[in-house]
Write a protein that binds this ligand. Structure first.
Ligand SMILES: Nc1ncnc2c1ncn2[C@@H]1O[C@H](COP(=O)(O)OP(=O)(O)O)[C@@H](O)[C@H]1O
Ligand SMILES: [Mg+2]
Length: 380
């Protein structure tokens, strides 16, 4: 019985009404019990022209009160009857009101219960109807927001698996094809063939590394070690690491930093990673005899760091997408150019945003060069 009551909101509500009702009845009955005889006899005394103060006290109405006693008894009886009717009607009202009210509460709660069950079973498009602006309506609204987020995450997960599968398949197919060719004797067992196979395997390895890095930065679990750092130190470290590759490809790499730049509040390794990424891309997409320049300016409480190249440029329709995962402007070109998997800029964006900064790209179009800019907060 108690367990049943515990599990039903409607009965709890009804019981709570009943308690209020009961308290009202008890108070009413006891006040009439104690206060009424006094008031009644006072009134009677007043009507019969005063019977002395002694008449009012005591359980009865004294000698002169035979008639009054009858009157009081009759009054008590009809009062009790009226009270009984009132209680009956009030209990019925409590029943009806608690039913109506609990239906209004229980129906949306039940709907949310079954919706959450369906979501748990993988039906992420499940939503509940939002009725009213009270707490229940708000709860339904929040519930739908949560369901929408889950649906979005699920579709991102699917998309990611699809993308990863596709990216892994391409080099794997190439490796398998070459090895089959070798086994069938269609391909010569020369250093060139082995070199091609090695290159594809290398691509696979880099892809896996990139994916691992991406999942690390996406997981929000990585910690930034923020300290005041000099922009010049960051830039010079990146230039030093890439200068040999630039020389090999005959692309000029220069930097132009104003002397009065403030220190920036940054994780040296992470911002270094962003710079390496951008300067590396600039090299990859700039033909020989081109040039790349790293510069910086102060802008309010931020420092903008720019990597400008004279390379192939980016057609404007691709600009909004290049920071997306796996996005490459020209897949075949970037494959031939030994390009990456299209994850580098995604990682860079995550790292910059983790620092509270922004990153964007500009280009006048194909062959017009590109400029990548990101912001870092100045140290206080
Ligand atoms: N400096 C640049 N000049 C021209 N295109 C660029 C430049 N940097 C990036 N891109 C374009 O953006 C795409 C995404 O870059 P990124 O995420 O680093 O991937 P990738 O692994 O291909 O380098 C590249 O495939 C390329 O098409
Ligand atoms: Mg890249």
């Amino acid at each position: 019985m108690i367990a049943y009551v515990r599990r039903h909101l409607g009965i709890k509500l009804f019981l709570s009404y009943l308690i209020v009702l009961l308290v009202g009845v008890v108070v009413l009955a006891s006040t009439t019990q104690f206060a009424l005889p006094g008031a009644f006899s006072r009134q009677m005394a007043h009507m019969t022209g005063g019977m002395g103060p002694g008449m009012m006290a005591g359980p009865g109405f004294g000698q002169g009160g035979g008639q009054a006693q009858d009157l009081y008894t009759t009054f008590r009886a009809s009062f009790n009857e009226a009270l009984a009717w009132a209680v009956l009607v009030a209990v019925a009202a409590a029943l009806v009101v608690s039913m109506i009210f609990s239906r209004g509460v229980i129906a949306p709660v039940r709907a949310m219960m079954s919706a959450s069950q369906r979501i748990a079973e993988g039906h992420y498009n499940e939503r509940v109807q939002v009725r009213g602006a009270d707490e229940l309506g708000q709860l339904a609204g929040r519930f739908n927001t949560m369901a929408g987020k889950l649906e979005q995450i699920e579709s991102m997960r699917r998309q990611l698996i699809g993308d990863v599968t596709h990216e892994l398949r391409t080099p794997l197919t190439a490796i398998k094809g070459s090895i089959e060719g070798l086994m069938d004797g269609v391909l010569p067992a020369t250093g060139e063939t082995f070199g091609q196979i090695y290159q594809e395997a290398d691509r696979l390895g880099r892809l896996v590394d990139d994916l691992q890095e991406l999942s690390r930065v996406e997981a929000d679990t990585f910690k930034l070690d923020l300290r005041p750092v000099a922009v010049a130190d960051l830039v010079n470290a990146a230039l030093a690491r890439l200068s040999r590759q630039y020389e090999e490809k005959d692309v000029a790499l220069t930097s132009s930093l104003p002397a009065d730049l403030p220190l920036v509040q940054a994780d040296e390794d992470r911002v270094g990673q962003v710079l390496l990424n951008l300067i590396g891309n600039a090299l990859q997409y700039t033909p020989a005899e081109g040039s790349v320049q790293v510069s910086a300016v102060r802008h309010g409480d931020e420092v903008e760091i720019m990597v400008t190249d004279t390379g192939v440029g980016i057609p404007s329709e691709h600009l909004p997408h290049i920071f997306d995962r796996f996005y490459r402007v020209d897949r075949s070109r970037s494959r031939r150019a030994g390009g990456g998997s299209g994850i580098g800029l995604t990682i860079a964006r995550y790292l910059v945003e983790a620092h509270g900064g922004r990153i964007w790209a500009e280009s006048e179009g194909e062959g017009q060069g590109s400029r990548f800019t990101f912001t870092v907060k100045a140290a206080k």
